[in-house]
Design a protein around this ligand. Structure first.
Ligand code: SF4
Ligand code: SF4
Length: 441
């Protein structure tokens, strides 16, 4: 195994959560179920606004350069004192795809980890900074937390609620902005960029890592779902001024923590028709599981500009294990992707990735075939937020993949016009002039 010249040091945490870098042992990561060494190319400074977590009760795995092997570090000794230690993980700011999972002994875990995306992290002595195993996939800096200051938001929320009394969707979005601190919802009140239009209290999938609906005995979900379907009038009252006035205006159905908007396609089609009749400005986007192809045709006819279909795998078996579809099959999702693309809509995949499954040779082969067959325009590389050990077990992941960075390289090599990203795009920016050289960033 080639060892990078200067590996970062391993991080560990004491029982209180204080984080230290080890004086000798080096950082390892995990691809699937195997510890591996990060490659130079995939070690980048921890992006600003990322967080560090401890992996409770799970001791770290490190690279011992003297022994030339991976070792498990249960305890550290300071003089005559020894103490048990736990591994450390990073949760990165958006726009970056992780290439390695944290290396630790997951079998010691006592409870299932909450829904975050856990990334391998170390300390680089040369650069004097934390480093993560990751690569940047989107240059859009709009979503940077410095752009979301609640002190300026409050008066805007109050003013808009006053302007549109009785609009329940707006009341929901005010809660999303102020209580859940949803950046997308905040954009609506700032009247800029991408604003969400939640519409669906229900879904026909039961994803293992759905952030809006977790069975109560499992980890708590981050947000409460919307409880009603807003009529086209309420949607248009909110969306039209945004499309007409916002800078880089996008309105998006299915933006994150609701059910799936495809189950409200009639309402959404009607709202979209009205919006398209009223203005030619802005971009209307639909994020969905793509489970009902005839609904996608309806939405194309209504004037939807772009579609983003979510999947954790382009193979039926892992897809079914994660999405647990009710009343549709994987082939329906593929038909939806084809319908949107053939109707000339900007077509994206929300690819929920995890090293070990997403870069497994059989997944890579299926993904290359999928891109060739469908001609999708963009793959949004989204780090799947779930306990990585639980996911690997549920998906039957054994061993390691080819490497996430290699996967991206291979895709770009075979399909230079395929774009990577993390965020939705305005129509003007669907096909930027530098799209063939848009990655690595
Ligand atoms: S498709 Fe979306 S809303 Fe439906 S279960 Fe999956 S994550 Fe949840
Ligand atoms: S993503 Fe979630 S929190 Fe944000 S607006 Fe949609 S439903 Fe609300």
């Amino acid at each position: 195994m080639p060892v990078p010249p200067q590996l970062p040091k391993m991080l560990y945490a004491d029982a209180k959560g204080n984080i230290f870098d080890h004086p000798e042992l080096c950082m390892a990561g995990m691809n699937g179920t195997e510890p591996v060494l990060p490659e130079d190319i995939e070690l980048i400074p921890l992006p600003e606004d990322s967080k560090l977590f401890t992996m409770p009760a799970m001791p770290p795995i490190a690279w011992d350069a003297r022994k030339k092997s991976f070792v498990l570090l249960d305890e550290v000794h300071e003089g005559r004192r020894s103490q048990r230690v736990q591994a450390v993980a990073a949760f990165m700011a958006p726009g970056y795809v992780r290439t390695l999972l944290p290396a630790c002994d997951y079998s010691r875990k006592k409870t299932q980890l909450p829904l975050w995306s856990y990334t391998a992290v170390g300390w680089d002595e040369g650069r004097d900074c934390f480093v993560v195993a990751a690569t940047k996939v989107d240059a859009n800096s709009n979503w940077n937390p410095v752009n979301y200051d609640d002190r300026t938001l409050d008066p805007l929320v109050r003013a808009m609620l006053k302007q549109m009394p009785g609009n329940r969707l707006l009341e929901q979005l005010a809660r999303c902005a102020l209580d859940y601190h949803c950046f997308a919802a905040k954009n609506l009140f700032y009247r800029r960029w991408e604003a969400p239009l939640p519409t669906s209290p229900v879904c026909n999938s039961a994803c293992l890592g759905c952030i809006s609906l977790q069975p109560s005995e499992c980890c708590p979900s981050n947000h409460e779902r919307i409880t009603f379907v807003p009529p086209p009038e309420e949607i248009c009252e909110i969306a039209l001024p945004h499309l007409e006035q916002a800078e880089q205006a996008i309105v998006s159905y299915g933006q994150g923590c609701e059910g799936d908007p495809i189950l409200q396609a009639d309402t959404i089609a009607e709202a979209t028709r009205r919006l398209k009749k009223a203005t030619s400005r802005g971009t209307i986007n639909f994020n969905s599981n793509g489970s009902l192809p005839d609904r996608i045709s309806l939405l194309c006819e209504a004037g939807m500009d772009s579609f983003r279909f979510s999947m954790n795998s382009v193979r039926e078996e892992p897809y079914n294990r994660y999405y647990r579809p009710k009343g549709y099959v994987f082939a329906d999702v593929l038909r939806s992707v084809n319908i949107a693309k053939q109707a000339g809509r900007f077509t994206m995949i929300n690819y929920l990735v995890s090293p070990g499954l997403s870069d497994a040779p059989e997944e890579v082969e299926a993904l290359l075939r999928f891109v060739a067959d469908t001609g999708v325009d963009m793959i949004q590389m989204r780090n799947l937020s779930i306990d990585p050990d639980y996911y690997n077990q549920e998906m039957g992941v054994m061993g390691k993949g080819i490497g996430m960075y290699r996967l991206l390289q291979q895709l770009k090599q075979e399909f230079p016009r395929l774009q990577f990203g993390y965020y939705n795009r305005t129509r003007e920016n669907f096909f930027p002039p530098d799209l063939e050289t848009g990655w690595p960033l």
